[in-house]
Design a protein around this ligand. Structure first.
Ligand SMILES: [Zn+2]
Length: 223
């Protein structure tokens, strides 16, 4: 099965698109952010380090990221399609990923770049609220995505909270970091002929359709 990399700034809707691709094509979503947030709950040295790094808007060091990524990928069978989200973030990681993929006898099939305006990202970041109990995600900056009752989950009546790294300062750091570090990555994958650019300023379904066409179009040709 295929391996797809999603390249996108924070809050560009990568997670939502990964979920949709999971539904339509059975892909497994491997999100570095989720893996790190899980590790951040651990009461050990690595957990504490990751927790502090995330809340300051920084990046977890490579050796830990590589170890976690290889662990995760090695658990999957080669029959499973994979969406990589939040990794690689920059060129050194892309080279390392090539090595990891070689170990695991996989290859990268597509790299999808989400092209999206900064103002939309800011609104999504500052308005995002998450249910403590069921993990449902809301956004108070968009009427259609707001909870019916303030701070309460529609589905389970759990309390909504704001992630500690969902603030403007932390966003600006992450966004500038993204711009600076992603350009070489874009070049790298373009030269390999793997890069596809999707206009992510549109509706979720429209973006999903484009992504599906990329992933399915190529697999029809090759298989
Ligand atoms: Zn809930």
């Amino acid at each position: 099965m295929k391996t797809v990399i999603f390249l996108a700034p924070p809050a560009a809707g990568k997670g939502t698109q990964a979920d949709l691709l999971k539904e339509t094509c059975g892909y497994v979503h491997v999100a570095m952010g989720d893996i790190l947030r899980e590790v951040a709950n651990n009461e050990d040295e690595i957990g504490e380090y990751v927790r502090e790094t995330l809340s300051s808007g920084g990046f977890v060091k490579d050796e830990i990221v590589y170890r976690l990524m290889e662990q995760h990928l090695s658990k999957l069978s080669d029959k499973e399609g994979v969406i990589l989200d939040g990794f690689p973030r920059y060129i050194e990681q892309a080279h390392k990923l090539d090595e990891i993929m070689k170990h695991l006898k996989r290859k990268i099939d597509f790299v999808i770049l989400f092209d999206i305006d900064k103002e939309i990202l800011q609104k999504r970041i500052t308005g995002r609220r998450i249910c403590k109990d069921c993990g449902s995600i809301y956004n108070i900056n968009f009427e259609a995505q707001s909870p019916k009752v303030e701070s309460i989950c529609d589905k389970c009546h759990g309390k909504l909270y704001q992630r500690s790294d969902d603030n403007m300062d932390s966003f600006e750091i992450r966004y500038q970091n993204y711009l600076k570090k992603t350009y070489p990555l874009i070049d790298f994958y373009q030269q390999k002929g793997l890069l596809h650019i999707v206009n992510a300023n549109r509706k979720t379904e429209e973006i999903a359709k484009d992504i599906n066409n990329i992933v399915m179009g190529k697999s029809e040709k090759n298989d």
